[in-house]
Design a binder for this molecule. Structure first.
Ligand code: ATP
Ligand code: MG
Length: 365
């Protein structure tokens, strides 16, 4: 089959790598010259709003998917009207607007931070009293890697926060006191079958995911899986979906969804029976889903801004190295390493060594 992907970054590249052994061919649509996925897929250079480029992609694709959630709504509708297009365009609408996303959580009874819609500086000062301080002001659209949000620590700081985000429609939500951040990756096939990966424990710094740990069994698994299942079923979803959550004293609190393969699931390439990438490909093609159980203890570290040499990473026992072949730039994800082993102490030891190479401090070890 021919699979078209909107976006040609590392997620598209890993999707293609996971589908090539099943003899599928990939085309990616991306405006940047020499996109990362172009090493393993044919690239169509163009913007995601460009009808000609979309037509070119469709002319060579049996099914179209995407690697990022900010696919322009018109393009998603256009593609979905002419080709098999998965995950469903409706999932994009929820993922693109934090207000709709929070309303989705409430309608499904999934706990989330208390929130208010903010359309003006007045809304903000009024809502702060109800939501309480500290609170997080987030742009409703186009946020990623912690961009487009600001923590409000005092009523006095509110006007600055509103200015800083460009006086654009926002939501204000309580700042959640969490023990840890986790995510769950679920996959739903065309026949409605579902599978869930072991929960991943995620550590962020400056709003960017730094490293993940996935245990074969996590105490938050059942609760996380239940919420993820509610969303997959409600959206009649097809493909991989990620749900990010805060683990608190009172239980899990949903933060956001990503209707796609996710950085917190990179460990599944080596660490799970079937990777998130292969399961996404299987789901959108209507193939049976693969086993999602863990092969052991896994830890994944992102290489951001700089990347170590392969020699250094591969000298660490049980380490796999992924270099996306991207030119270094501050804040850019350039690659990752995964440690996968049967022994949790070895996994933590390997993780500590990789973190040192990534010049990243472990949180608690
Ligand atoms: P990404 O695309 O990387 O997932 P994002 O820009 O979409 O990030 P969020 O996931 O909402 O934004 O927030 C980024 C990080 O900021 C979270 O992982 C968490 O560490 C922190 N954060 C966000 N909202 C809250 C909150 N309500 N309470 C406490 N921390 C928060
Ligand atoms: Mg997030």
């Amino acid at each position: 089959m021919n699979i078209g992907i909107l976006g040609g970054g590392q997620l598209a590249r890993m999707l293609a790598l996971a589908g090539i052994h099943l003899n599928h061919r990939f085309r990616v649509l991306d405006p940047s010259p020499g996109a990362c996925a172009a090493r393993v897929a044919k690239q169509i250079r163009g913007h995601w709003e460009d009808r000609n480029a979309l037509d070119q992609l469709m002319a060579t694709s049996d099914v179209v998917t995407f690697e990022f959630e900010n696919v322009p709504a018109n393009s998603a509708r256009y593609l979905a009207s002419q080709r098999a297009f998965f995950p469903p365009a409706q999932a994009l609408e929820f993922a693109q607007d934090r207000l709709c996303e929070k309303q989705l959580f409430s309608s499904l009874g999934i706990p989330a931070a208390p929130f208010q819609r903010i359309d003006s500086a007045d809304d903000l000062s009024r809502s702060l009293a109800g939501i309480g301080i500290p609170a997080v002001l987030k742009r409703r659209t186009l946020g990623y890697d912690g961009k487009g949000q600001v923590v409000i620590n005092s009523a006095k700081a509110a006007p600055d926060g509103w200015e800083q985000l460009g006086r654009t429609p926002c939501i204000l939500e309580s700042k959640i006191h969490f023990r840890r951040e986790v995510s769950i990756i679920g996959v739903r096939g065309q026949s409605g079958e579902m599978a869930f990966y072991p929960v991943s424990e995620n550590t962020h710094r400056d709003g960017i995911l730094r490293y993940c740990i996935a245990h074969p069994i996590d105490p938050a698994q059942n609760e996380a899986q239940h919420y993820c299942q509610l969303i997959l079923e409600h959206l009649q979803y097809v493909g991989v979906l990620t749900l990010e959550l805060f683990d608190t004293e009172q239980g899990l609190v949903a933060n956001e969804i990503a209707p796609r393969v996710h950085n917190s699931g990179h460990w599944t390439i080596e660490g799970a029976a079937t990777s998130q990438f292969e399961n996404h490909v299987r789901a959108i093609l209507g193939l049976p889903l693969g086993e999602t159980s863990a092969r052991g203890f896994s830890a994944m570290v992102n290489f951001i801004s700089t990347i170590p040499r392969a020699q250094e990473v591969l000298a660490i026992p049980d380490a796999s190295f992924h270099d996306y072949g991207k030119s270094p730039r501050p804040g850019r994800k350039l690659g990752h390493a995964t440690i996968c082993t049967q022994n949790s102490a070895r996994a933590i030891q390997g993780l500590t060594q990789v973190l040192r190479l990534a010049a990243e401090k472990p949180r608690t070890m």
